[in-house]
Design a binder for this molecule. Structure first.
Ligand code: CA
Length: 234
């Protein structure tokens, strides 16, 4: 039974979510205070977090950032819930490490579809072993990524993206293909979402000043490659 933590300060939304998620077979824990959210997440170690943006004491954005910086918690998938519908907010939410984003009022069936898609995406890969390209090493069994001696901290969506690119180095994948393979064909996700997660992946990969290995081919897609033309470098 997958465990979901709801961090949300509006009681009626918590009640609605809890009722519907439990009916779908999830185990649910809820927390209304942003300041306590990290402790609850660390104690419960859920399979997924539904995280409200505006919370008392500590905002959802800060909580998300802390989770992604934590060695123990960084793999937990996060869906941000927010009353703010601006495109810029969505991009900010995804770029600080959320895996998905829903604007209130949301449809419960759509939220559940997104939860299921994200849980699938975050599952350990059935293929074990190690993928290697240049100084990048991905251990699929332990979900550890290194560049040389440095650990690369990736959330579940970035891990899946990198794994997909690493399985076929130098092959250019259109964004549509990445969406289908990484996010799944059953939910609607905008193409731009792929760009946001690629940007995040690239930042994590190059954080130690390493050479950029992710190639952006304008209007075509992305690949992992050693030979990046200067005009494509970001
Ligand atoms: Ca709120």
């Amino acid at each position: 039974m997958p465990k979901i933590i709801i961090v949300e300060d509006e009681d009626d939304i918590v009640t609605l979510l809890q009722y519907n998620l439990e009916r779908e077979g999830f185990s649910v824990v809820s927390e209304t205070n942003g300041g306590r959210a990290l402790d609850v997440v660390a104690a419960e170690h859920p399979d997924l977090i539904l995280l409200d943006w505006m919370l008392p004491e500590k905002s959802g954005i800060d909580i998300c950032r802390s989770i992604r910086e934590s060695n123990d918690l960084r793999n937990i998938p996060i869906i941000m819930l927010t009353a703010r519908g601006e495109e810029a907010d969505k991009i900010e939410g995804l770029s600080i490490g959320a895996d998905d984003y829903m604007t209130k009022p949301f449809s419960i069936p759509e939220l559940i579809a997104r939860i299921r898609a994200l849980l699938r995406r975050a599952q350990p890969s059935p293929s074990k072993g190690v993928l290697e390209f240049e100084d990048v090493k991905m251990d699929l069994a332990t979900c550890r990524v290194t560049r040389g001696n440095r650990f690369v901290h990736l959330g579940p969506t970035e891990f899946r993206l990198l794994q997909f690119l690493m399985e076929k180095p130098r092959h250019v994948f259109p964004r549509e293909v990445l969406l289908k393979e990484v996010w799944g064909a059953d939910i609607h996700v905008e193409l731009r979402t792929v760009d946001v997660h690629i940007r995040r992946l690239r930042k994590a990969m190059n954080d130690g000043g390493e050479k950029d290995l992710i190639r952006t081919i304008r209007a075509a897609g992305y690949s992992i490659d050693t030979n990046i033309p200067p005009d494509e470098a970001e």
